[in-house]
Design a protein around this ligand. Structure first.
Ligand code: NAD
Length: 424
């Protein structure tokens, strides 16, 4: 069995996750290099994979300044820091596992695609949802023609109010300037899913949406700038930083995100909340990404699609796909299939119970799924069309950029014209 050597750029939450999974499949992968400015994160990876100290770097720039010493580069730095390492890694001849989004702008996405094409490297973009038992099961039902020809899709991405507050109000993905628009960060997965599930291309697109709730105008009277400044609303506020990061019930993942420590102490958490971004009042942050948005699309063969992404819910995705023979309502790992023939609904369990307890369970099994798909693709077991390969992902990213153009300008965007203009 082929064993691929891997280097990791960005040993944060995603990088750690993928390499932990690779350690589980040590017959297929060997992690041999790491770059991250945060010592604790770098050290975790070094120790876990027994990496030689001369292959541990503070920055990707240093790691990619030496000759190629592995097969695969994982790029798991933050969004705005994908284009640099991806272009350089492609030039050095590394195949890539590239975190989504490819890059925050259409121009940078095109740069990465050009570099990969020019150097003949393969790249898989981390559209992890495709690899979940839930969505791969749904895809199979559609491909088997269970509901006939698809006429229409309604897809909802419910971000969840606490996830919105953590990532898109206080956290890393709160401003378009520092990262990218919400639709790109959160929903490039969904637009990827819709095109992949239906096997059709989008022809026209339109979008509406704004940041409406998480704004200064909605701060309760007299609330200080930080929850840690004796905010009188800590008890009742849904978004109190103590509830999310400190009190009983706060997850280890959220504590790690706030402190950047693998095993944070209470003292470290309280310090991070008092000084860092996650202790801020959610109504007094510098966020500018939308908290609700809709996208309306026309696809080939007059198929219509609506997509809605918003913060004001518990979280979770729901997909309703309507065809000429019936419809499928898919959510929470199940597909409910209504057949026009007998007017009955049957339920199919798409993902096994207990999936949430395994090493590969991140993103509903998608994190483990994509690592396996990467292996199969690079080992020649799966074709490019069977994975979320860079070319395919690039096309899906263009839907996001076109939707944003529509949202800002109040227009309907023709995808053919939009793509031609961009690639001119
Ligand atoms: N596929 C998905 O579903 C999914 C989910 C969450 C995040 N993401 C994406 O994954 C990427 C990483 O997100 P994350 O949550 O792991 O963020 P993170 O902040 O936990 O990790 C990013 C890491 O990059 C490191 N870094 C910064 N500058 C560096 C440099 N010059 N060289 C090397 N490392 C450097 C940081 O220190 C940090 O440890 C982002 O692009 C994000 O949008 C994807």
């Amino acid at each position: 069995m082929k064993r691929f050597k891997v280097i990791l750029m960005g040993a944060g939450s995603r990088g750690r996750n993928y390499t932990d999974i690779m350690a589980h499949y040590s017959d297929r992968f060997e992690v041999v290099g790491v770059a991250d400015p945060v010592k604790e994160r770098r050290e975790y990876i070094r120790e876990k994979h027994n990496i030689s100290p001369d292959k541990c770097f503070e920055r990707w720039e240093e790691m990619l300044s030496i000759p190629k010493f592995a097969d695969i580069a994982i790029i798991a730095t933050l969004d705005q820091d994908h284009v640099g390492p991806a272009v350089k890694a492609a030039e050095l001849g590394y195949d890539m596992l590239l975190e989504k989004p490819i890059a925050p702008t259409a121009e940078d996405c095109a740069k990465i695609k050009k570099a990969a094409d020019a150097n003949g490297v393969k790249a898989v973009v981390c559209h992890v949802l495709r690899y979940t038992p839930m969505y791969s099961g749904l895809k199979k039902l559609l491909d088997d023609g269970v509901i006939g020809e698809i006429m229409s899709v309604d897809h909802i991405e419910a971000v969840g109010n606490t996830h919105q507050a953590h990532s898109f109000v206080r956290g890393n993905w709160r401003t378009t300037k520092e990262t990218s628009c919400m639709l790109l960060q959160k929903s490039c997965h969904d637009l990827d899913l819709i095109q992949w599930l239906t096997g059709k291309e989008c022809t026209r697109i339109q979008s509406f949406g704004s940041l409406t709730h998480f704004t200064k105008e909605n701060a309760p009277d007299g609330a200080p700038d930080r929850c840690t400044d004796n905010c009188p609303y800590n008890e009742e506020c849904y978004y109190s930083a103590y509830k999310h990061y400190y009190n009983e019930g706060a997850t280890i993942g959220s504590k790690r995100a706030v402190t950047k420590m693998p095993e944070p102490t209470d003292e470290q958490i309280l310090k991070a909340l008092a000084e860092g971004p996650y202790g801020r009042c959610v109504y007094k942050c510098d966020n500018d990404v939308v908290d609700h948005q809709t996208v309306n699309m026309e696809f080939a063969d007059s198929m219509t699609v609506t997509f809605s992404m918003n913060a004001f819910n518990e979280g979770g995705r729901r997909t309703r796909i309507m065809g000429t023979k019936g419809e499928i309502n898919a959510y929470e790992n199940q597909a409910h299939i209504y057949s026009f023939a007998d007017r009955k609904t049957t339920t199919v369990q798409l993902a096994p119970e207990g999936l949430g307890e395994t090493i590969e369970s991140g993103h509903g099994g998608g994190d483990g799924g994509i690592v396996n798909a990467l292996y199969d693709y690079l080992a020649g077991i799966r074709k490019a069309t069977e994975v979320s390969e860079l070319d395919i992902s690039f096309k899906n990213h263009l839907l996001v950029f076109a939707a944003e153009e529509s949202r800002k300008n109040g227009t309907v965007v023709d995808m053919k014209e939009f793509t031609e203009n961009l690639l001119k």
